[in-house]
Design a protein around this ligand. Sequence first.
Ligand SMILES: Nc1ncnc2c1ncn2[C@@H]1O[C@H](COP(=O)(O)OP(=O)(O)OP(=O)(O)O)[C@@H](O)[C@H]1O
Length: 629
Amino acid sequence: MEVKQFQAESKRLLDLMIHSIYTHKEIFLRELISNASDAIDKLHYRSLTEENVKVDSAAFEIRIDLDKEARTLTISDNGCGMTKEELESNLGVIAKSGSLAFKQENEAKEDIDIIGQFGVGFYSAFMVSDKVTVISRPYGSDTAYKWESEGADGYTIEECQKDSYGTTIILHILENREEEDYDEYLDSYRIQGIVKKYSDYIRYPIKMMVEKSRPKEGSEGEYETYTEEVTVNSMVPIWRKTKAEVTEDDYNQFYKEKFFDFTDPARVIRSSTEGTATYTALLFIPARTPFDYYTKEYEKGLQLYANGVLIMEKCADLLPDYFSFVKGLVDSQDLSLNISREMLQHDRQLKIIASRLEKKIKSELLSMQQNDREKYDAFFKNFGLQLKFGVYNDYGTHKELLKDLLEFYSSAEKKLVTLKEYVERMKEDQKFIYYACGDTVEKIDRLPQTELVKDKGYEILYLTENVDEFALKVLHEFDGKEFKSVSAGDLGFEETEEEKKEDEAQEKESRELFTFMGEALAGKVKAVRASKRLKSHPVCLSSDGELSLEMEKVLNAMPTDEKVKAERVLEINEGHPIFATLTRLYETDKEKLKDYAALLYDQALLIEGFPIEDPVAYSNLVCSLMADQ
Ligand SMILES: Nc1ncnc2c1ncn2[C@@H]1O[C@H](COP(=O)(O)OP(=O)(O)OP(=O)(O)O)[C@@H](O)[C@H]1O
């Protein structure tokens, strides 16, 4: 028997390997199964290209055997096997990859999906075992060799017996340590779970003898255990099957199992591309909002597979935040993986894939909006908030992409409408897209500010979410039409010359009264003005400048010390009987007028949903007026 030392660098590497490359010990199984699959691929390939290589491809398989007593986990394959030299060069030199060499030699040929490339995966076996034995017999040779190593000290190699070609790897699993449980790698159920998780789509059957139980024949209530061979992996991933092979139900089932949902998805998106980035994506839009969706705990991301082998459970880089509700996976052969297969060295490919997926998701959502509106509206109720945040975030960088997907409740249609639909319905003389903010649609509908806009026959978008107005401010316009709040200082109505003159005359007349009231409310409002938007209601609040009252409310609700204040304007309806009373008081009782100004201001605050400064004073004033009657 020959005892050989690992090369010097290999020793250090092995140590590094065992302690730092992989974060999860369980991936050793993925690495060894991928190697077995590569070995079968190689033999399969040779059988197609070399005349003297004849194998029955239906017999290709990978086996896993567990022996709790002996503490061994054995992985066998009937792939190409290794010669003595190959055992030495592939397993004796860390970071030497026979698979990479094979790939390079056969680069011109298509359809080689070899997984290995770094020449380190094998050594992950030492994360869970204190001794690794490899028995290998190359196809076409009668001689087998046994390679054995206990880690950094080196390895032995000797001739041995093996019945058929292929490789058997025996891991001598470590004893449990205080902080580490290694017994789990001898547990059949756990091993099946690991295979399912990482290697479910290895295209050769991964077989195991599994213990099962069944009712004992001839006796009642008694059970007996028996062992049965099962194929643990599904082999062909659903996304690699042709469209004709998969039913809608198959997709739904797959989604529910894989992404832990009880409900069928609202939409299934399948997309395959070849060229600069070759990939297949299978995406799902959930029909319901995940319970943790709008919490910090929710993690976005798609599963990432390299050739059917799971590389990353949640690859966040594949989804922008505004599409974070999308579930699914991407499988690609073109990824530049790093050694641990956990991260990507160059994310160029990933970026290309992500940007293609983004476009695809948008076009699917638009198609849903156009062809299945009911479903889209339901989707929007679930995830629209996220899209609106998407418009607002990053200084509006994504607004062009997202604006067509937005919906708001319409005063005219009494349902969600898109901005495009709004603009198409705009009246000829209408210059702006009008909106009003409030807690609920019902409350907004009753806002005095909406009166005249509605009266003109203009549609109003009712904004009920905090982010809504901010999103519209970032959008600024849609199809050349700017947004305008019904509470804005100037509503932008067309006025005839006559109307303008009339306004000016009226303004002159009441200027003194409003200046007096403004002074009485100094510090609370910027001005008191005659209203151009009220019809039947006596008062309302509006704001000058960019900051609206609603935005003030939202910003001040945030847990920061900085508070903002909109420039409030108290608007009085000159057509309302109260105006005559105010005019009379200005002449007869200025003190009372001050009280009335305070009362009207408080009323306007209440209508807007703001708290009033001094509820007791307000109540006393109302009561004294009632007593006057
Ligand atoms: N079951 C096997 N049958 C035949 N050859 C194998 C087997 N396992 C490993 N090898 C050979 O040993 C080499 C080294 O394996 P190792 O897992 O360390 O690296 P790799 O698979 O090439 O790359 P990666 O680190 O990316 O997994 C492989 O490239 C392959 O040539």
